[in-house]
Design a protein around this ligand. Sequence first.
Ligand code: SF4
Length: 334
Amino acid sequence: MAEEKKRLKETEGSVLLEAENLVKEFPLANSRKGKQVVHAVSGVSLTIYEGETLALVGESGCGKSTLGRTLIRLLPATSGRLMFQGMEISSMKEKEFAPYRRQMQLIFQDPYASLNPRMNVKEIIAEPLTTYGMAKDKEDLERQVKELMKEVGIPVEFINRYPHQFSGGQRQRIGIARAIALRPKLIVCDEPVSALDVSIQSQVLNLLKDLQDQNQLTYLFISHDLSVVKFIADRVCVMFLGMMCEIGETEALYEKPFHPYTRFLLDAIPKADPKLRNEKKELLSGEIPSPVNPPSGCRFHTRCPYAKELCRQEIPAGKKIGERQVFCHFPLEG
Ligand code: SF4
């Protein structure tokens, strides 16, 4: 934790990516007159600092993966502004955006599905290097591929093997090698360890941390697993139904959540200590409302035990509580 704090301190103020009022809507197929939309991301404004790991958390369907993809322009935003290293990238044409695209990579949840089964490791890792003309010749390409294999802990003698000849953890290492091949600044890690056995998860998380330190990487780490997030993230952004609930430093947020939804998520983490397991806690009731017709005002109000009339009427603006930003009319503390 001290190391994370040191890294944050050193890079404090260097903004890598900034989103302003980002909106992503998908037209609903077969909707009447084609007017209905899925409100996947609604007015998200956030900053990602160089060298940090910012986690996006929330229940499945809260829009975190869509937000991650929209932030790096893998999905076009419906509206809003994106700045990368001070340059506005949201309005750039594809050709103008190309040099920025290689700075932003993605690690997928399912390493097997994300690797082409007909390509061997050499071809998979070489692909981005070839696309961007990063190798002088064939020998240089093979040298770079082997270097990347060593960096992620895959023996170089496996260079001609195919994805099905590897374990799940090794496949994810190959996916990571491909993601770092172009030496990007920002990597969106979309549930990168959810498909792996618990025993393998920590190895891959440690690899991500080591690579971050060695390559000055910045991670946007998407996960529904708050134990994993606590281990890896410097800051956490909690989302509910396409909107931000709370964003702040990991340790402080886990210690004292201000948004009711954050507290429910944290209360739901299984406790290792048997004494704590019997603690009485409020459980979150009800289903997540439809993103096609999201509730008015605070989108969490249909599930929130603290909801008042104001919550039904007005979308909560972000309040600063210390270093935290909280989107709630009646934060739990502060
Ligand atoms: Fe609950 Fe109201 Fe806060 Fe929303 S704004 S989380 S409904 S108290």
